[in-house]
Design a protein around this ligand. Structure first.
Ligand SMILES: [Zn+2]
Length: 122
C-alpha cells in the first residue's frame, strides 16, 4: 500500500512563515533598541558638552563684567572729570562703548538672527 505523504516544502507551511516573520520582527526590534542605546549615549555626551560650554561661557561673562566694572571704576576714580576726561579715560570709555572695535555695523544684527534661528531649532 502506498503511503500518502503530507509533507510540504517547509517554507510554505503557515507556521514556518509566521515563525520567520516573528524572527525578523524580533531582529528589527533588537536593532532599534541598540540604535536607541547609541542615541541615548550620544545625547548624554552632547549634554555634557553643552553643560561644559555653558559653565565656561558663564565664567567668561562674569570675568567680562568684572573687567568692565573695574575699568569704569578706574575712570570714576580718576582725577579728571566728566566732560573733560584725560586721554586714558577717553580711551577706556571708547573701548567700553564699543568704539575702536572692528565690528561690521550689521554684525550684532546677524548674530541676533542666527541666535533666533538656533533657538527655533531647539
Ligand atoms: Zn581720567
Amino acid at each position: 500500500m502506498k503511503k500518502v505523504t503530507k509533507i510540504q516544502p517547509k517554507s510554505n507551511l503557515p507556521e514556518s512563515r509566521v515563525k520567520e516573520n516573528l524572527e525578523s520582527i524580533a531582529l528589527i526590534r533588537s536593532d532599534s533598541i541598540n540604535d536607541l542605546e547609541v542615541l541615548t549615549s550620544d545625547f548624554k555626551h552632547m549634554s555634557l558638552v553643552v553643560e561644559s560650554v555653558q559653565r565656561n561661557y558663564r565664567a567668561l561673562l562674569a570675568q567680562n563684567q568684572l573687567l568692565k566694572d573695574t575699568l569704569l571704576g578706574v575712570v570714576e576714580n580718576c582725577d579728571c572729570w566728566q566732560g573733560n576726561r584725560c586721554d586714558r579715560c577717553v580711551q577706556i570709555l571708547n573701548i567700553l562703548g564699543g568704539k575702536n572695535i572692528d565690528l561690521k555695523p550689521d554684525a550684532a544684527k546677524k548674530y541676533k538672527s542666527l541666535l533666533t534661528q538656533l533657538r527655533k531649532l531647539g
